[in-house]
Design a protein. Structure first.
Length: 373
């Protein structure tokens, strides 16, 4: 399926104003949504790399508005980085234009492509290797959110409606269970029950938003650890990537999605559940970093709701993996038939562990928030 979608890769490579001659390209990274390639060009005996992406238009139905968001946000970030004396070619994404000056390319079968400068000498992690990296990622995501608070929200298109509307995700899940189009329901009754047992909690954040108790902010919405690049030399969290889902959202969900992925002692698709748990040490480090990065911009109710943000993002993501499993693996990239189910299991294990450690999570948030004040 991936190969079919990308059959026009050569056409795309021709279209962009790349420096030098294309020598090679290969699939790259472990993102679940777009088709990502690393392209190697050669010029005067030197190699130049690019990231070429075929955007997933099944997921992002309006790629033109999506690109408008990315152009707007990266230009905004560029200005901020320059003001702060940083390096705009490494600290934010840089789109490479096509030969006719556009910032994306539409191939002859209506595939949408874009190219970014490749950020060299960086590392990107699917699992926390050094705890301080996770602290730094918290600081970077908090700071990113703080910077975005100055971005005019009305200029952003909602690239996926109801992206983190957990009750709406629950309705979609219930429908997938009812329809059972692949006949997989019989094998996942226990997992379905796990979700249904928590139905009463799904609306906790969205209800507070509706009541005006949580503010709508401009958020990243996909803050997992592999959406941030670390500088190999300094170890700093250098650049936040994967800007496809920047849109109005909840701060606690940006916090929560990072915890879901990075505070897990196992990988998102670890089949051995004895390796999966919610590390309180990592939770505390990220909380500290995130609060520092936000520089006091969060309201008291947002701070109080951080643990719930983590739980809801993890429950929602597990439910999304299970929904995709029931629907025949049509949304997330998978590499084997049970992949989505394995991912669902790690998420539910994390949720169960958060429930066991709830009092400590609340205690940590309280302590870290007091330290900031
Ligand atoms: P997806 O939406 O599928 O997750 P991403 O935009 O996150 O796609 O890209 C997938 C992976 O490609 C990232 O996790 C990262 O490893 C790598 N990547 C993306 N952009 C760059 C870049 N500009 N420079 C270097 N690596 C990148
Ligand atoms: C997807 O694109 P990627 O791999 O960074 C997904 C996120 C999920 C995540 C789970 C647009 O993120 O919402 O949390 O997988 N992105 C989209 O790993 O659905
Ligand atoms: Mg990604």
């Amino acid at each position: 399926m991936g190969a079919d979608r990308c059959q026009k890769i050569e056409e795309a490579l021709q279209a962009f104003a790349l420096d030098g001659a294309v020598k090679a390209y290969e699939r790259y990274g472990s993102g679940h949504i777009n088709d990502t390639f690393r392209v190697t060009c050669e010029k005067d005996g030197k190699e130049i790399h690019y990231i070429l992406q075929r955007m997933n238009t099944e997921v992002f139905k309006d790629p033109v508005s999506l690109m408008k968001n990315i152009i707007g946000v990266t230009s905004f970030m560029r200005k901020k980085i320059i003001e702060q004396g940083g390096d705009p070619e490494r600290e934010t994404l840089n789109l490479v234009p096509t030969k006719d000056g556009k910032l994306y390319f539409v191939d002859s079968i209506n595939g949408y492509w874009r190219v970014y400068l490749f950020i060299e000498d960086t590392a990107c992690y699917d699992l926390v290797e050094k705890p301080e990296d996770f602290y730094n990622s918290g600081k970077a995501f908090g700071h990113f959110q703080r910077l975005l608070s100055e971005y005019p929200a009305k200029e952003l298109t909602e690239t996926i409606q109801n992206f983190h509307n957990t009750p709406v995700r629950f309705e979609t899940f219930q429908k997938a269970v009812e329809e059972d189009i692949c006949g997989r329901r019989k094998d996942v009754e226990k997992e379905i029950q796990f979700v249904r047992d928590r139905a009463g909690e799904m609306g906790k954040a969205m209800d507070m938003l509706a009541e005006g108790r949580l503010p709508l902010r401009v958020t990243h919405n996909d803050t997992k650890l592999n959406n941030i690049m670390f500088d190999k030399k300094s170890g700093d969290a250098l650049c936040i990537i994967d800007l496809d889902t920047i849109m109005p959202g909840l701060s606690i969900f940006d916090f929560g999605d990072s915890i879901r992925f990075g505070a897990n002692t196992g990988a998102e698709d670890e089949p051995d559940l004895s390796k999966v748990s919610m590390s309180l040490e990592l939770f505390e480090l990220y909380t500290k970093g995130f609060l520092e990065g936000c520089q006091g911009s969060l309201t008291k109710e947002e701070v109080d709701m951080l643990p719930m943000g983590a739980k809801l993002m993890t429950l929602e993501c597990g439910m999304r993996f299970l929904t995709d499993y029931l629907q025949g693996d049509v949304y997330f990239h998978t590499t084997y038939p049970e992949h989505n189910l394995v991912r669902c299991h790690t998420q539910f294990e994390m949720v169960a562990d958060m429930e066991r450690k709830w009092a400590q999570m609340e205690e940590i948030v309280k302590r870290q928030a007091e330290n900031i004040r």
